[in-house]
Design a protein around this ligand. Structure first.
Ligand code: TXA
Ligand code: MG
Length: 354
């Protein structure tokens, strides 16, 4: 497959997006940036095109996709019976890193929605994404750009080898601003359920809606028989091949001591040395652990930079050939909840709270 790479640096380059628009309209796949993570996009209303996304990612066929729109008139093509509270939420958080699960318009986007009654919709604020959807003149179905189970892609250099042979066109729009996927919500009986946390936090949503619930699966493991509101929760996600363990707590000194204690006991019980242990942590923690290989996730006092760095950091883990990666967690409130939701899955729920 010959793949076009379009380098978009400023709005003067937007004309190049007509090449990507043609690819979408022909029913092929485009790798494109959004403000959250890169996406693999196809015309959401073309079932044959959307099937190609599932094949490219190796994605489970019961895991529906988010439909991306460029303006509110596109909403009527895909969703129905929208409630006043749902409109209020879209009005507050669009365009932006916010996905809402709505009632689906009958008989459309069957593959993208896995033949379900609902549809996840998001209006991205990234101008390249916006221009692509506007020019294609159709909602674009797009999951995060990664092979299923791998960390999402936030810059092209991290994912190009993995995906270049699977799409017909690649748009390079630089690094994604946020670095974590959108907040996903569903309104049930006037209550807003957060199914996946993101940059738009519970506190942000509480300014718009009275009742906001965080789904219990956000930080805890699913029972195999449990029914979930969002199928994405069921699947292994974000994990490097290297075994990972998460350590977190609110007392910095206790957390540092725990890292040292765990490293010491691993060295004794598994007969490994400092070089076999990789630490992913905030700059503040890493200061105290210089004898190990480290990846700096950003400052403890700047969760936006941690969220920006996290997927790229997780993608680097395997290159260190460590036997284990010890990862520092953050306080699971505000944006920290979204960071912890990704990290706890990267560690496959292997964690210690101190
Ligand atoms: O920021 C994002 O949301 C990125 C960019 C590309 O927009 N996209 C993204 O897509 O993260 P994906 O497919 O990796 O994650 C979508 C999540 C999955 O957990 C899926 O189960 C859930 O949204 N989802 C999509 N449609 C749904 C629906 N109708 N009902 C319940 N959950 C849904
Ligand atoms: Mg994903």
């Amino acid at each position: 497959m010959s793949t076009d790479i379009l380098n978009i640096k400023s709005n003067e380059d937007y004309e190049k997006l007509n090449i990507a628009k043609d690819v979408i309209q022909k029913g092929e796949l485009v790798l494109f940036p959004t403000e959250t993570v890169y996406g693999i996009g196809a015309d959401a209303l073309n079932d044959e095109a959307v099937k190609k996304i599932y094949i490219a990612k190796g994605r489970a066929s019961d895991n529906p996709l988010i439909l991306h729109i460029s303006d509110i008139s596109m909403l009527n093509m895909i969703a129905d019976n929208i409630s006043p509270l749902e409109y209020k939420l879209m009005d507050a958080f669009w365009p932006g890193p916010f996905t809402i699960i709505l009632n689906k318009k009958k008989n459309i986007a069957n593959v993208a929605t896995c033949n379900g009654d609902t549809v996840g919709v998001r209006m991205p604020s990234n101008m390249i994404a916006h221009e692509l959807i506007r020019r294609a003149n159709t909602p674009i179905a797009a999951p995060s750009a990664n092979i299923s189970g791998r960390p999402s892609g936030t810059k092209l250099e991290d994912i190009i080898d993995e995906l270049k042979n699977k799409v017909s066109c690649i748009i390079d729009g630089g690094e994604c601003d946020i670095g974590l996927e959108s907040t996903v919500v569903r309104v049930i009986n006037e209550e807003v359920h957060i199914l996946r946390p993101g940059k738009i936090t519970k506190e942000d949503i509480e300014k718009i809606a009275k009742d906001v619930e965080i789904d219990k699966h956000i930080l805890s493991q699913l029972d195999s028989k449990e029914k979930v509101l969002s199928p994405g929760m069921k699947y292994r996600h974000y994990a490097p091949t290297t075994k990972c363990m998460l350590i977190y707590g609110s007392d910095e000194q206790l957390v540092l001591s725990k890292f040292k204690e765990v490293a010491m006991s691993l060295k004794e019980s598994e007969n490994i040395d400092e070089n076999d242990i990789l630490i992913l942590g905030t700059g503040e923690l890493i200061e105290g652990l210089k004898e190990f290989q480290t990846i700096n996730l950003g400052s403890k006092n700047d969760l936006e930079s941690v969220s920006h760095n996290i997927f790229s950091a997780l993608r680097k883990v395997d290159a260190y050939n460590a036997k284990i990666a010890l990862i520092e967690g953050v306080e699971p409130t505000g944006l920290g909840l979204a960071i912890m939701n990704r990290l706890i899955r990267a560690c496959e729920f292997n964690y210690i709270k101190v």
